[in-house]
Design a binder for this molecule. Sequence first.
Ligand SMILES: CC(C)(COP(=O)(O)OP(=O)(O)OC[C@H]1O[C@@H](n2cnc3c(N)ncnc32)[C@H](O)[C@@H]1OP(=O)(O)O)[C@@H](O)C(=O)NCCC(=O)NCCS
Length: 176
Amino acid sequence: MFIQRIEDFQIPKEIDIQIGELLEEAFPGYPKGQSYYKQVPDFRYLVWNEEELIGHMAIEHRLMSNGGNPIKVFGVTDLCVKDSFQHKKLATRLLQELEDLGRKFELDFIILLARDHELYLTNGFQLVKNDCRWLLIHDNASLGIIHRKIEQTLMMKPLSSKKWKNGLLDFLGPAF
Ligand SMILES: CC(C)(COP(=O)(O)OP(=O)(O)OC[C@H]1O[C@@H](n2cnc3c(N)ncnc32)[C@H](O)[C@@H]1OP(=O)(O)O)[C@@H](O)C(=O)NCCC(=O)NCCS
């Protein structure tokens, strides 16, 4: 079993198809034949068991604004592990790899949206509530700016000495 980190634009078609199949299996209603939900990520972690893709995590590298301060962020999306390989700490390893990368290159926070918090709380993430602003994308069109409080799903992990602020969190792009 090994973990690969790859920039999205480098992913060959046949692997892109495997990613789409894994995402469809993991997330009911995921867009068919697609390896991204609304927008392509910057890079991904892929977990391989020989030729079989058994885990995935997509990452957006984004400058965001938190309470008026610019923050450098890794945004996590589409984290999943194939059923038969779950509960073996694979997702934990992926989050740890991302954290190591973020600390090495001086990112400020990892941010994600999740309804089930257990995995992330165990891995040192905190639930936060902020007024948020993001670009709404649907059917490959920009539909406008959403401004809404996000509670119960917004989670972050600090990687630098920057303190999290309770003011507006502006995604400066789509939500992830
Ligand atoms: C969430 C998921 C990636 C965890 O992968 P994993 O490799 O089994 O994770 P780990 O072994 O590192 O940690 C397992 C712990 O995560 C927690 N967990 C389980 N399902 C979870 C979920 N859907 N969301 C968050 N945490 C979850 C549990 O506390 C679990 O502990 P346990 O093994 O004692 O039951 C995997 O269950 C999955 O792919 N689920 C379907 C897709 C999904 O819901 N992804 C999360 C999107 S936010």
